[in-house]
Design a protein around this ligand. Structure first.
Ligand code: DC
Length: 227
């Protein structure tokens, strides 16, 4: 492929957006940005500051503190992917827990949080050569992306993948808890008023319920080569 492009990948939680985005970025020698990690990093900040606790969220305190939150990425050569940094600290391993996952949709529904992160995301993508995944990339962040993909899969399949991932990391969690988290986030992300999760009109829908990573990769590479 000659010209560098921007690729937007959106879809429901645990549809493997980041996994395929990472693989595409590696093949194309592009930057991969996992925007969910940015919302997760802000959630971690709010938890550390105790703005969020069980059944309590002081949104106003978080909004006031937003200018003090710096989120960046650094390429990790060993893992061949970006690590997420919160105010200079590598938080990649801290932002995937089930406790944090239960709060993140609430943080992501705050317009001030979205405004801050969308600005950073557009800045990163301005030179093209980017694969960005999230919920509003094709609709809000990069409406002019050269290729827009929307990934779907059944909630059961997605929860199974996520459950296996969490268990392999040593988290003590039940399948039902993971399934509930996936379903709750689907609902919350799709029904918030600011930039809800919707499929862009010009996105290509890929249901990967019964599709392996290689099959998806070949399919998407075919789409890219046909642009
Ligand atoms: O992709 P993920 O599961 O790591 O995303 C975490 C949360 O962040 C998810 O519940 C929705 C939100 N999110 C968002 O609102 N907009 C994005 N561009 C990316 C994620």
């Amino acid at each position: 492929m000659k010209k560098k492009i921007t690729i937007a990948i959106d879809g429901f939680s645990s549809t493997g957006k980041s996994t395929i985005a990472k693989k595409l970025a590696k093949k194309l020698n592009y930057i991969h940005i996992d925007t969910g990690a940015m919302y997760r990093a802000i959630t971690l900040y709010a938890m550390n500051k105790e703005y969020i606790k069980k059944d309590f969220f002081d949104k106003e305190k978080l909004i006031t503190d937003l200018p003090n939150i710096n989120i960046s990425f650094k390429f990790n050569k060993e893992k061949n992917s970006n690590d997420t940094y919160l105010n200079g600290e590598n938080v990649e391993d801290k932002i995937r827990s089930i406790t944090l996952s239960n709060f993140v949709s609430h943080v992501a529904s705050i317009p001030e949080v979205r405004k801050k992160l969308v600005k950073i995301q557009r800045e990163i993508a301005k030179n093209k050569g980017v694969v960005m995944d999230g919920r509003d990339i094709g609709t809000v962040v990069l409406p002019n992306a050269d290729l827009k993909l929307f990934l779907t899969a059944s909630a059961d399949k997605r929860a199974t993948r996520r459950y296996k991932e969490l268990i392999s990391k040593g988290e003590k969690v039940s399948f039902d808890e993971v399934l509930k988290n996936v379903q709750d986030r689907d609902f919350f992300d799709s029904n918030r008023s600011d930039s809800p999760l919707t499929e862009a009109e010009d996105a290509i829908n890929i249901d990967n319920s019964d599709m392996g990573l290689e099959e998806q990769f070949e399919h998407i590479m075919g789409l890219i080569n046909n642009l």
